[in-house]
Design a protein around this ligand. Structure first.
Ligand SMILES: NC(=O)c1ccc[n+]([C@@H]2O[C@H](COP(=O)([O-])OP(=O)(O)OC[C@H]3O[C@@H](n4cnc5c(N)ncnc54)[C@H](OP(=O)(O)O)[C@@H]3O)[C@@H](O)[C@H]2O)c1
Length: 279
């Protein structure tokens, strides 16, 4: 029984930390694909396992007798990962999970942290869970296929919830640190593109609420403040007393105006954001 978090990177580890007070009543199994991470994860877990989710024997061992599986995995490395990297991480892992389901009779809940990037560009309009996802980009197609695979695993005995996350920020991934390199620089476009964010503590909190509340279906996990890139950058640089960015016009590196992600369903399910606005 208990819960396994497959992939304990930035978010998975934040979930594990928030669940610490509930151990050992809620036994926590954490996974990593690399032995070097054992030291930092071992105290957070009742069981720490080496598991690449594309490996059937390792995934079966990590999920056997568990009630809940949380998939917080993402392609490794800081560089931009191509669509094939996404496919291996998500699609291959979920195909592997699907093949194991007959051997996992105790598994009643699957939660997957997907991405709001499936919405693509909506020219600055609001989108919610009923908005048809965008097709067109290779990455988007992989994420949608991943969602489809996970959704198809739901039935009367097994609940499936897909949390579509906005971009994560928080300790270790502070916005000011990420944006200060833009100080005084010239950027093409006008920065009117909307970005959407959620604090890592809220992403973890919503995931735990999804587990406790047996949420199913798709839920956007995003704060209350979609923000244009130029406002985000200007605000951060001002706060840090750094030179502003000069938006030089012309074609932007990211075309379109982005989209504003609606979080009404998250709130209707009872989740109260700890960080409704960017700090
Ligand atoms: N970060 C964002 O801004 C953002 C935005 C939208 C959605 N999301 C979603 O949130 C989730 C977590 O993001 P994150 O920022 O926490 O990612 P992260 O820090 O990169 O952590 C992901 C972890 O997944 C593990 N992993 C990679 N491949 C694996 C595999 N084949 N089998 C098992 N584990 C594997 C790795 O753990 P080890 O290195 O320990 O093996 C890695 O540290 C992802 O699903 C992502 O789609 C994130």
């Amino acid at each position: 029984m208990g819960l396994t978090i497959i992939g304990c990177g930035y978010l998975g580890e934040a979930v594990a930390r928030q669940l610490q007070p509930r151990r050992p009543a809620l036994p926590l199994t954490l996974t990593t694909t690399v032995t070097e991470r054992h030291a930092e994860l071992t105290d957070l877990a009742d069981q720490l396992m080496l598991c690449d989710a594309t490996d059937p024997a390792q995934l079966l061992a990590a999920l056997q007798h568990k009630r809940t599986a949380v998939f917080c995995l993402a392609p490794r490395g800081n560089r931009q990962v191509n669509a094939d990297g996404y496919r291996v991480t998500f699609v291959d892992s979920f195909r592997c999970l699907r093949s194991l389901l007959p051997d996992l009779p105790h598994l009643h809940q699957i939660i997957y942290t997907g991405s709001c990037s499936v919405y693509g560009d909506a020219d600055g309009d609001w989108v919610d869970e009923s908005t048809a996802p965008a097709t067109g980009t290779e990455h988007g197609a992989v994420l949608l296929e991943s969602e489809r695979l996970i959704t198809e695993m739901g039935d009367s005995k097994r609940q499936v919830c897909i949390l579509r996350l906005a971009a994560l920020y928080g300790p270790g991934r502070e916005l000011d640190d990420r944006l200060k390199g833009l100080a005084g620089k010239e950027r093409t476009g006008d920065g009117s593109f909307f970005s959407n964010w959620v604090h890592v503590h809220d992403a973890a909190g919503a995931l735990i609420a999804a587990m406790d509340g047996a949420w199913s279906g798709v839920v956007n996990v995003v704060n209350d403040e979609p923000i244009r890139m130029r406002d985000l950058v200007d605000r951060s640089l001002k706060r840090q007393q750094l030179d502003a960015v000069h938006w030089s016009g012309g074609p932007a590196p990211v075309s379109g105006n982005g989209r504003r992600i609606c979080n009404d369903r998250l709130k209707a399910l009872g989740y109260r954001l700890q960080h409704p606005m960017l700090d």
